[in-house]
Design a protein around this ligand. Structure first.
Ligand code: BG6
Length: 460
């Protein structure tokens, strides 16, 4: 396993920052239909209603501020930029044979600018931007038709950007099929047996992932293709062996998809797990061959928090994707996500031991209620968060972990995925826009911008 130098940078996702949700031929994405209600991640999406406001439709208007934002990214000194292409901007209904030229032109300009500024692009192919028309027609990833439609889109962009994009991530948080199925395009609401539907969908995504790797490697053997999971270690709350067992089981569920993509086969516990849960899915022999022969080059991760598992009573905590029991040793953000910098080092070491392939942390950051006072944003809490987490990330590298990139979440303020609002802000750069859509879209560098700029300079 060769050790590459780590790229340090920033991240965004198309559906959360671009806006222009129906402009220049873009089709409606699933994320465009999410309102601001609490159930938004679990219900079936109706078409957007005229009586409701959807902050994501304009988002941070990156579509019209892309040049300005990339100039700021250059000023920051970011080594790399992780974002996504919106599938529905390129293939508006998901069924087209050729891409939308205006969508392609936009991403051409973006990638060209990255190169002009010495920023390495890392592109995710699917980050909640699933064409609504496809979802409406087939129900979701549990339908095999999704594989061909997604692979057609992927082949088109891999070919088009060949030599200009070295790092591809097929899916954002592929294990979300287990946690937030509807958002990632799994039609659990129509399913007779939701768990079977979720695992069938995951299987199809794994087949699509393998097909894309097969194609990409034929196109250019140097191309690096990875996939992403959401992860945070699960600690047993007590030394009670029952708690340890419970934590282990939850870990397995979170690592199920990455086990398959890295080891090339379904893990040994699959049958007993499926039996216990009554899960029945179709796995064709040719699917399993594809998965065996086409493994990911690196594992990408989002890290926001850890959780505890116990069979005893415990106060529940929130978290990025996984709920759990509160850890009494940790503080939490305004949204109740517990802050655990050492957890990021534990995560890196756990995954390095288990997988022995390069890792990328492509999301890590703090959502907060930033306020602009006299044109300044003093986000010392974000500086503290980054400082503590980056210290532990560097310790993980010293431990010997092969980390090839770290991209903090997020470069500019964007729409929160779970809440649909602007007011949960993650950026180094403030975007003047509120939950009602008021504001000028002006970009203002927060104090954390200067702090991270120095960090990046020191690692050039
Ligand atoms: C990750 C997603 O799960 O968490 C991002 O990949 C998301 O899209 C991030 O923004 C933070 O979650 P939230 O709900 O606070 O935006």
């Amino acid at each position: 396993m060769s050790q590459r130098k780590c790229l340090w940078g920033v991240a965004l996702s198309a559906g959360q920052c671009e806006g222009a949700y129906l402009e220049d031929g873009k089709g409606l994405s699933l994320i465009d239909t999410l309102d601001m209600s609490k159930e938004r991640c679990f219900k079936r999406f109706p078409l957007p209603s005229k009586d409701q406001f959807y902050p994501s439709h304009e988002a941070s208007d990156f579509y019209h501020h892309m040049e300005e934002d990339l100039k700021l990214m250059k000023e920051l000194g970011s080594h790399c930029f992780r974002t996504s292409f919106a599938w529905s901007r390129l293939f508006p209904s998901g069924l087209e044979e050729v891409p939308n030229p205006k969508g392609l032109a936009f991403y051409d300009r973006m990638i060209d600018l990255c190169h002009a500024y010495g920023i390495e692009p890392i592109i995710t192919l699917s980050h909640l931007e699933i064409p609504y028309a496809l979802y409406d027609r087939y129900g979701g990833w549990e339908d095999r038709h999704f594989i061909d439609c997604f692979v057609r889109y992927a082949k088109c962009v891999l070919e088009h950007f060949q030599g200009r994009i070295n790092y591809w991530i097929t899916f954002n948080e592929i294990n979300c099929t287990q946690h937030f199925p509807t958002v990632v395009g799994v039609g659990v609401d129509r399913a007779e047996h939701p768990a079977s539907c979720q695992y069938q969908a995951l299987h199809h995504m794994l087949v699509a992932n393998a097909k894309i790797i097969e194609f990409g490697k034929q196109l250019d053997p140097q191309m690096q293709i990875g996939c992403m999971i959401a992860y945070g270690p699960i600690y047993p709350l007590t030394p009670d062996p029952q708690d340890v067992l419970k934590a282990k089981r939850q870990e397995r569920e979170n690592l199920f998809a990455s086990d398959i993509m890295i080891h090339g086969e379904y893990p040994f516990y699959t049958d007993s797990f499926f039996q216990e849960e009554g899960i029945q899915i179709e796995r064709l022999p040719e699917d399993l061959d594809l998965i065996k022969e086409n493994r990911i080059d690196f594992l990408a991760l989002s890290y926001y928090n850890t959780n505890c598992a116990t069979i005893h009573e415990g106060e529940q905590s929130n978290g990025n994707l996984f709920g759990g029991v509160k850890n009494p040793y940790l503080k939490a953000t305004d949204w109740g996500w517990q802050i655990d910098p050492i957890g990021i080092r534990i995560m890196c070491n756990t995954l390095a031991e288990r997988y022995r392939i390069p890792l990328m942390i492509v999301e890590n950051g703090i959502g907060a209620k930033d306020e602009a006072i006299d044109g300044k944003i003093h986000d010392e809490y974000r500086i503290a968060y980054l400082k503590e987490h980056l210290l532990q990330v560097e310790k993980a590298i010293e431990d010997g972990v092969n980390l090839i990139a770290y991209t903090m979440w997020s470069f500019i303020d964007i729409i929160s995925a779970s809440g649909g609002k602007m007011s949960k802000r993650y950026g180094l750069v403030y975007v003047d826009r509120d939950d009602e859509g008021k504001g000028t879209n002006q970009r203002i560098k927060k104090d954390s911008f200067a702090w991270y700029q120095k960090f990046l300079q020191e690692r050039r």
